[in-house]
Design a protein around this ligand. Sequence first.
Ligand SMILES: [Zn+2]
Length: 105
Amino acid sequence: MKKLFSSQDAFEMQAVRSELDALSIPYMVKNEFAGGAIGELPWQDSQQEVWLIDDSWYARASKVIEAIVHKSRNTNNSSEDWRCNACGEENGSAFDVCWQCGAEK
Ligand SMILES: [Zn+2]
C-alpha cells in the first residue's frame, strides 16, 4: 500500500477518485469520516487520503493526480476576483483589465 494523494478539497478529491475509477486503478480512501460525528468538527477539517492498493500503479496514478491538481489549481486561480493596483477597484475574474480605470491586472 502506498499513499497517493491527500486533500481537504472535496472537489479535487472527487475528481481524483472518478479518474482512478475510470482507469480501474485499485485504491482505497482513508480518513473519510475523520471529522467524527456531524457537528463535532467542520467537515472541511477531515483530510482525506487516497491509498494505492497495488503499488505497481504508482507511476501511472501519480501522473493522473498531477494533471488533476494542476488543472484544478489553474481553474481556481482564474476564477478569482482581483483588485486593481491602480485604483483599488474590485474586478471579476472575467476582466483582464480594470473595468474602472483600464489598468492591466
Ligand atoms: Zn483600476
